[in-house]
Design a protein around this ligand. Structure first.
Ligand code: PLP
Length: 473
């Protein structure tokens, strides 16, 4: 073994720089940032001594010194006399969503559909921001106006990631948006005229209800069964009036957690074709390929739009999403997006696409998908004896309350026991009565133990039964 081989054998972090162009020290720092982002290097991990790494990589010690100094300047590492150079930890608290939640500070929040807090998210974003600073294409896209559809490079990168997840979208059929809600609003605004009718499951995502109302559209509720929207009921509604677009979440409906079988998807596509109706498929609640059915844009590419968002994968604060549309609709979408905001911000696109690219986000995503599944099992362990529906990788469950519970009382009493929930009301389309049900989100608590505590308080409450109302005259 020569000197270099011996050094390589002793290095616990050995970046592969072969074939990489640019100044050696810079390439080394970029690789360091990428390895922190991917979780390969964790806060507190010690970098190899400079002399050892120089021998291992067959570069001068000056190159390593310069790289470590640059990494320190970029906030990736800190050097302490006597303990070497270590990967910097985050001192920040996980994000506090209390401005969104109605939960008090001591309350266990089961009301918000947000990713599970994890400091790895902050660490990865910090490292990605460092990488972005040295990527000329990212700087360029932040400083120049983008085409309405969004940067071609970012659409390419996004589609590469989606394709690897089994979602076969093409860059030319995608328009980048400022999140899923924006994609939803954009589709409705560009394609449907005020006064025209759109439809959705009778229980649906409140952002869709708000967008349709804001745009002056008629919003028709479609009756549901165990798979969501009923094709026979949809057919009847279509015979009574012209419905321009059907909004749906075939993978799992927010809030009911219900999924559509292949047969159900095909039946809905058939109705849509018969009545020349557009389909707006909301895929914001991302489902892993092993649990996903056939997306509607594959079954009916000529009429199905598809919404993607980074909000449930990485963070809602990025405000990054995309809308897939058939090519004949793209000109209208481009014109509407330009009228709204010209294009989605290039910098946020660069951050998100860089984060998703080359597996940087994988450690966070895989942890998250595993953790959500474990939490779903916990939900069923604690409340499975009741009428509960949910998806194995869903952020929430839907609990039909046993008699004689009413949802408003249950939410109020849960609140008094320190658990915050949402009842069915905001998910109801039109004026139909709300079912006596609540949505229970498993993702907001920072730990599994805290979730379990919240769920057990709900189980106890269900066991105790509601208090009798005083008689009224
Ligand atoms: C079904 C559904 N669609 C869209 C959105 C909005 O996504 P974004 O935060 O990317 O705007 C949400 C957010 O909870 C959602 O649940």
């Amino acid at each position: 073994m020569d000197l270099h081989e011996r050094a390589r054998a002793r290095c616990h972090w050995l970046p592969d720089l072969t074939g990489r162009t640019g100044a050696r020290y810079q390439v080394l720092v970029d690789q360091l940032a990428a390895d922190i982002a991917s979780g390969q290097l964790k806060p507190g991990d010690r970098l190899p001594p400079q002399r050892l790494l120089a021998d291992a990589l067959e570069v001068t010690i000056g190159t390593i010194t310069r790289a470590y100094r640059e990494a320190e300047r970029r906030g990736l590492v800190e050097a302490r006399v006597g303990s070497g150079t270590r990967v910097k930890g985050t001192t920040e608290q996980p994000p506090d969503f209390h401005h969104l939640s109605r939960a008090g500070h001591d309350s266990i929040d089961l009301s918000l559909s947000i990713p599970i807090p994890n400091p790895l998210r902050q660490q990865q974003l910090a490292a990605i921001l460092q990488q972005i600073a040295s990527l000329p294409t990212a700087i360029e896209s932040a400083l120049t106006y983008q085409p309405e559809q969004g940067s071609p490079l970012q659409r390419e990168q996004l589609c590469q990631w989606l394709n690897a997840q089994g979602l076969m979208l093409l860059p030319e059929e995608v328009i980048l948006t400022e999140g899923g809600q924006h994609a939803d609003f954009l589709a409705l605004q560009a394609l449907i005229k005020p006064g025209e009718a759109v439809a959705s499951a009778a229980l649906t995502y409140p952002g869709m209800i708000a967008a349709a109302r804001q745009l002056g559209l008629k919003h028709i509720p479609v009756p549901m069964d165990r798979e969501g929207i009923r094709p026979d009921a949809l057919e009847r509604l279509c015979q009574q009036q012209r419905i321009r677009l059907l909004y749906l979440m075939p993978e799992y409906n927010n809030p009911t957690g219900l999924s559509m079988s292949q047969q159900r998807r095909e039946a809905i596509v058939e109705v849509a074709r018969r009545h020349d109706m557009l389909l707006l498929e909301d895929g914001v609640q991302f489902v892993t390929p092993d649990l996903r059915g056939t997306p509607l844009f594959e079954l009916a590419p000529e009429r199905a739009l598809y919404i993607f968002s980074a909000s449930k994968l990485l963070s809602g604060g990025l405000r990054f999403g995309a809308l897939r549309a058939p090519s004949n609709l793209m000109p209208q979408l481009r014109v509407a997006l330009r009228a709204q905001c010209w294009s989605s911000p290039g910098l946020m696109g660069a951050v998100t696409c860089q984060w998703l690219a080359k597996g940087h986000a994988d450690p966070l995503l895989h942890w998250h998908w595993d953790e959500v599944r474990t939490r779903q099992k916990l939900l069923h362990e604690v409340l499975g004896q009741y009428n509960l529906s949910s998806h194995p990788c869903g952020f929430h469950g839907w609990l039909q309350l046993p008699e004689p519970w009413r949802a408003a009382d249950f939410v109020k009493l849960a609140d008094s026991r320190g658990v915050t929930l949402i009842a069915a009301e905001p998910f109801c389309v039109g004026t139909q009565p709300a079912p006596q049900a609540v949505r229970i989100c498993v993702t907001p608590p920072a730990s599994r133990e805290r979730l379990q505590e919240g769920l057990e308080r709900l189980a106890q409450l269900l066991h105790d039964e509601p208090p009798l109302m005083p008689p009224l005259l």
